[in-house]
Design a protein around this ligand. Structure first.
Ligand SMILES: Cc1cc2nc3c(=O)[nH]c(=O)nc-3n(C[C@H](O)[C@H](O)[C@H](O)COP(=O)(O)O)c2cc1C
Length: 273
């Protein structure tokens, strides 16, 4: 195992859960360097960067090649401020020079059907919404990897779903389009610490032939300890992963309005049959 590979695996899993060495290359090395960044310089992105990120995004696989997603590029400070407010005042949204809103978009197919005088019977089904949401996520992740390969940093903003109606109004979305999440893109503030965040040991995620949760209790203990150390290093307040999960899912109020998402989606033109 090369030193780079060992260091990358060590940062991602810690010494106690180091997976065996396998094939390695620059693409994998770059993927393993991922970290979310929540502090940005205001410098604009080089010309053509947005279009390059979109080309990478459009190169992702897409269900039946339907391409049921779109993206809105936002740079207007006033509009970013609205999104920051929707997302519980996450200030990196106003700091970053480019904020991308990734959309599940069934409106293009609805327009296509209208132009062709056709009825799309499957369009109103939950399955079709899910296809669009998955397409948007795969596209966004390709853009994220591309951005990181260019020395840019990113952070996803799922909190945009706190109020999908307000996001839709702000972006003038037609029916059948919803903002799934945002993505801050920019140059990381060098003052801000952003370390690779460890992940669960592979024996809790990777199952062979059939699902087996046997290793989970021990692995969770290991991971709680690793994440407590990580958080103490990076956020000053140590927390166990177990506590974070319980805080995130323990009370409906932690959904910050997203408990009403199904009703909001129906308002926005997704019947979810
Ligand atoms: C769909 C999605 C939504 C997210 N929403 C937010 C968010 O609203 N605010 C935030 O600070 N981070 C958000 N994140 C970032 C996660 O917190 C982060 O990916 C996770 O803690 C792992 O850290 P890492 O990306 O640095 O490895 C989101 C990530 C994903 C994939």
């Amino acid at each position: 195992m090369s030193t780079d590979q060992h260091d990358a695996l060590l940062a991602r899993y810690g010494a106690a859960a180091l997976p065996p060495a396998g094939p390695w290359n620059d693409v994998i090395a770059a993927l393993m360097q991922h970290r979310s960044v929540r502090a940005y310089r205001s410098d604009p992105l080089p010309e053509g960067t947005l279009e390059t990120l979109v080309a990478a995004a459009q190169s992702a696989a897409t269900s039946s090649n339907m391409q049921t997603w779109s993206v809105v590029a936002v740079t207007d400070p006033a509009r970013k401020a609205v999104f920051a407010e929707v997302a519980n005042n996450q200030r990196h949204i106003t700091q970053c020079p480019l904020f991308l809103v990734w959309l599940a978009d069934l409106s293009r197919n609805a327009r296509l059907a209208e132009a062709e005088g056709a009825t799309l019977e499957a369009l109103p089904y939950f399955e079709t919404f899910l296809v669009a949401a998955l397409d948007a996520a795969l596209a966004a992740q390709n853009a994220t990897v591309a951005a990181e390969s260019l020395g840019l940093s990113t952070v996803y903003i799922g909190a945009l779903r706190n109020d999908v109606r307000r996001v839709a109004a702000e972006l003038a979305l037609p029916p059948g389009v919803v903002g799934m999440f945002g993505l801050c893109v920019g140059y990381a503030d060098p003052e801000a610490r952003a370390e690779v965040k460890p992940r669960l040991p592979q024996n809790t995620i990777l199952h062979r032939e059939q699902y087996d949760a046997g290793a989970e209790p021990g692995a969770r203990g290991l991971y709680d300890a690793a994440l407590a150390e990580f958080s103490a290093r990076n956020e000053m307040k140590a927390y166990r992963w177990t506590d974070r999960v319980m805080a995130r899912l323990g009370r409906v109020s932690a959904l910050h309005g997203r408990d009403g998402l199904k009703a909001a989606l129906r308002d926005l033109g997704f019947p979810l049959k």
